[in-house]
Design a protein around this ligand. Structure first.
Ligand code: GCU
Length: 368
């Protein structure tokens, strides 16, 4: 398998230090992903955006947390939208508190602000107990996960009129955009340390989390859980879900140009190790599940291995592993963490515990 060269610019110049990477190579890799894979967002932070904080409960979770619900309102030429952010801020920790921003791609009950429903998909009580802010929004607030001709969600609000460009953003980029707007709010909240926010998602949400942190370097960490094809997994391995299959089943996820690489993975100017490399020098964690061949666990692992040379430019170890680690044996001493857990395609308490440990390790354990 011949991967595109990470440390050579398009004009053939070698990238030998972090300055070259930041000034010459990183911007072009990011552009290649925009142009060929995720598409280009027509807007960053909208001019018209406001935050309404409501339903504050200083004694949520039996006094362990302060709950805040925040409506992030925005508008553009095609109308208006609102992202509903759910926040639990630990009461026992000195402020400002670092946290995890979760892009929820399953039913809203997983991020229940009342906590009547509890779910290991988003174990908010445990996140709080470990001393982190648990923040979450439902991805459909940014863009519905259906092929609606890009009429609804942020596409309908912000896309220029007329024919769509072949590099116009898809739904994954729209969800990533939503994560950045949530971070815009977190930056205004003095209880929260917005300089230490990990963006995290599962599966399609994991693809969006990685793209969010690639586009928005304010995210201090990214976590990809079982993100698979066009997330962490290398496309050129052609294992599990392929570029053709993902484009046919989810025609609204990526830009139109990406469809030109159906059955032509080898012609992509990027592969997914380059997406992981866009995180550097920030810590990033990638996790697979043993019964999730569709997401190609080994391809997820190898992306981390092949992204590591960029971390080396910063004098930091990336993923320190010779080969795939055994099941349930995280390798997370460097700036890239990886594990493959026993089990199906899922985000569980086991996964969350590893991510919280990883944050402790990089940010200094915060929970007493
Ligand atoms: C499908 C899709 C994957 C995706 C997954 C999910 O299986 O093929 O690419 O990651 O759904 O989001 O659960």
């Amino acid at each position: 398998m011949d991967l595109p060269k990470l440390l050579v610019t398009q004009s053939g110049e070698p990238v030998t230090d972090s300055r070259d990477w930041e000034q010459a190579r990183r911007p072009e890799v990011l552009e290649l992903f925009r142009e060929n894979v995720y598409g280009r967002a027509p807007v960053g932070r909208p001019e018209d955006m406001s935050f309404a904080v409501h339903d504050v409960d200083p004694q949520a979770m039996d006094g362990a947390a302060t709950r805040k619900l925040v409506d992030i309102h925005f508008s553009g030429p095609g109308g208006e939208g609102v992202i509903h952010l759910v926040l639990f801020i630990p009461n026992h920790v000195e402020k400002p508190v670092p946290g995890f921003l979760f892009i929820c791609n399953r039913s809203r009950r997983h991020i229940d602000p009342t906590r009547e429903t509890k779910s290991e998909f988003w174990p908010a009580e445990e996140i709080v107990r470990r001393g982190y802010v648990g923040a979450a929004f439902h991805y459909s607030d940014a863009d519905p996960d259906e092929h609606d001709g890009f009429q609804n969600g942020v596409h309908g609000i912000f896309d220029p009129s007329g024919e769509r460009a072949p590099d116009a953003w898809g739904a994954i980029a729209a969800w990533a955009w939503g994560a950045s707007r949530a971070l815009d709010y977190l930056e205004t909240d003095s209880d929260i340390d917005a300089s230490r926010i990990a963006v995290i998602g599962h599966s399609r949400g994991g693809k969006a989390a990685l793209w969010a942190a690639a586009e928005d370097e304010r995210f201090a960490m990214a976590v990809s859980n079982n993100s698979g094809c066009t997330g962490a997994a290398l496309a050129r391995r052609k294992q599990g879900e392929s570029v053709r299959v993902i484009n046919e089943n989810f025609p609204h996820w990526f830009c139109e140009n990406y469809k030109g690489f159906n059955d032509r993975e080898d012609e992509l100017p990027v592969d997914q190790h380059m997406l992981i490399a866009l995180m550097a020098p920030r810590p990033v964690y990638v996790a697979s599940s043993s019964e999730d061949a569709w997401a190609d666990p080994e391809g997820e692992f190898l992306s981390c291995v092949h992204a590591s040379p960029v971390y080396d430019l910063y004098g930091m170890p990336g993923l320190e592993a010779e080969g795939m680690p055994p099941l349930d044996s995280p390798v997370a001493d460097g700036s890239i963490g990886y594990h493959i857990k026993t089990g199906e395609h899922s985000l569980t308490e086991y996964d969350w515990a590893r991510y919280l440990d990883f944050a402790d390790q990089h940010w200094g354990a915060v929970a007493p």
